[in-house]
Unconditional design. Structure first.
Ligand SMILES: [Zn+2]
Length: 282
């Protein structure tokens, strides 16, 4: 992936540094956040890695992480390219796109949705229209989730931007209202539809940058491996040894891969209609 070819962002990621510790607290931010990964336990974000884009606290003091290091450049290129792609798509539809804020933090940070911690993975807060990312998650991806890689990391960011698109389009509000009325299992189904749509939107972004970033089959495989690794069935069977489909909130590995690829192959956000299909057909 030639991410340096992508258009940079006007604003890019705000670099907040952040507090040490507390990274493993999960669930303190309630139901407001739409999280990529429901729960990661027992992973020390300070674990050492020396490869690729991932920089740990040991190699990079978090309070002094420069804006011009490779990781910052990467994040700003991905953020900037989502700004460009979605502004273009919204314009095609006669709409105006308000790009999200992007915040890079370490450990924990204050958000419009309460305290955000890195233990839950990257997340989007609809109340302040902000994508929050602790890059230590990339280390976890390398070690736990199919190996990572620059396009895999990009997919994760583009998925969170997908939630911003849903917020902009009013989908997030509608879903949240319905979830308050519905029994939990049905509410979870709506959550699955949301998440698969965000995967599809991430794929749409990938399609639209594929020429510029010179994406290869290997890049696509990185994203697909990640999508497969964070399916509810896969995470549940790894975590507790059995699966409970009623409790799925993000979709199965197969569904996540399929919806990402649907967006990626078509480049058409109208293909991401996860709310119109019968649930069993998703
Ligand atoms: Zn999500």
């Amino acid at each position: 992936m030639e991410w340096k070819n992508l258009p940079g962002s006007g604003r890019g990621f705000e670099n907040r540094g952040g507090g040490r510790g507390g990274g493993l607290a999960v669930g303190g931010i309630g139901g407001l956040l739409l999280m990529l990964v429901a729960a990661f336990f027992g992973i020390d974000p300070r674990v050492v890695t020396n490869s690729g884009l991932v920089q740990t606290e040991q190699t990079q003091p978090q309070t002094e992480s420069g804006q011009n290091d490779e990781l910052s450049q990467f994040l700003n290129k991905i953020a900037g390219s989502t700004d460009k792609v979605w502004a273009d798509i919204f314009t095609e539809e006669g709409l105006k796109y308000n790009s999200p804020n992007f915040v890079r933090f370490s450990g924990q940070t204050q958000t419009g949705c309460g305290t955000g911690t890195s233990g839950v993975g990257p997340f989007y807060c609809p109340l302040d229209s902000t994508v929050y990312l602790d890059p230590s998650f990339f280390t976890e991806m390398q070690q736990q989730l199919g190996g990572g890689g620059d396009f895999a990391y990009s997919y994760v960011i583009a998925h969170e931007v997908g939630h911003h698109i849903q917020n902009e389009l009013g989908i997030a509000d509608q879903v949240q209202r319905q979830q308050q009325r519905l029994p939990e299992a049905q509410g979870n189904q709506l959550s699955v539809r949301m998440e698969l749509q965000a995967d599809c939107f991430a794929g749409v972004w990938g399609n639209r940058v594929s020429d510029l970033a010179q994406l290869t089959q290997d890049d696509v495989r990185e994203a697909v491996d990640t999508a497969a690794a964070i399916g509810d069935d896969t995470l549940q069977s790894r975590g507790r040894g059995y699966v409970q489909p009623d409790s799925f909130t993000h979709g199965t590995s197969e569904q996540r891969v399929n919806w990402f690829m649907r967006g990626f192959k078509s480049g058409d956000a109208d293909q991401c209609e996860t709310f119109k299909q019968d649930y069993s057909q998703l």
